[in-house]
Design a protein. Sequence first.
Lengths: 193, 193
Amino acid sequence: MTGSKTDPRVLRTRKLIMDSFIELSSEKEFKDITVKDITAEAMINRATFYYHFEDIYDLLDKALSEVLLINLDCNHYQNIELNEEMLVNIFKAVTNFQMSLSNRCHRGYEDTIARIIREQLEIIFYKVLLKQGLTGDMQALKITAVMLSWGLYGASVEWRRNSVGVKPEEFIKPAIPYIISRIDVGSTNETKE
Amino acid sequence: MTGSKTDPRVLRTRKLIMDSFIELSSEKEFKDITVKDITAEAMINRATFYYHFEDIYDLLDKALSEVLLINLDCNHYQNIELNEEMLVNIFKAVTNFQMSLSNRCHRGYEDTIARIIREQLEIIFYKVLLKQGLTGDMQALKITAVMLSWGLYGASVEWRRNSVGVKPEEFIKPAIPYIISRIDVGSTNETKE
DNA sequence: TTAAATGTGTTGTATAAACGACAAATCCAA
DNA sequence: TTGGATTTGTCGTTTATACAACACATTTAA
């Protein structure tokens, strides 16, 4: 997929930084983590950090994206259709991811995290919609992906607020038929009778 | 102790190489390990290997030295005198080290390993003898260290051949008084009555 | 035996990382 | 508020690593 091989030094250093950041995140909250802390933990030079990331927020962004992508097992969804099972799995991944974050006390950065999650969801949904060869134009697919990402994220917020006792899959399942039927219309005509 | 700080990149790379070599050593025997294998495992460039080591035998040498030094806990012996306890501990470290090696099937390289062990022992003995401020000239101390290293190593060979059932400390203890008394004569006059 | 394949050790060049220094920003206690 | 201390982001220079290419040695298979 990524045609040009990246320098192994870059991969090594990025991993060192990411791992150190995640390690530090489990020790103290984000606002108390400095770039110096990270580079000390990673045993790299501070200047090298700025070679790879704009600042610590850029690192936060990319680190969270990566963790979320692992949770979502993105490649796994490349080949399947947008059905109930997939939506349930993604919802489980999102709630699971958020629970793991709340243990790490990223207080005051919920907005950033929310944006990152939605962006990642949007990317995934857009890919899947494209794969399904829907007839609508690309702009329509994009907007659909946006709405799905916001919708799913919103559901996770609602779940966290009221229903953490309920299993995520049981929480989301009742709503899915309404979503799915809308999507399926206009594509394969496999609307559930 | 080592005044000049070494570049962290060097430390990282050396560790990568060493660890990869030890990892590979537990998978197959030395004669089947190539430089390419090591650099592939370590995810470094092959040319970088030759920046740090002359060849694979040089790596073997240094890797074994390091493992042995860890076993011997060299710094620990910097401050104490050459007494029975120290000799017993060193002998235990040597036998222990050799047993761990035999599990890794370095067949055909016993000579190299033997030489490395003796060299390390010699270094340690020489340091300790110097610390004790013996009156003899340095050349005499050097030769004493050589003889002690060969002697202790020879004892470990003897132990491996006949007495692996016997505990190393019990095996070596009876001989130590003869060694110690000779060393102590001419230094502090603390010969055991 | 030869020929192909694989491994070794070296070299030249490009680039990532280390390092020290710096001004500016931010924090924090007096 | 002030002033010292810490952090941030950047820069120029030096050094370590990546990479491709090379001749040569060793192994392997035909």
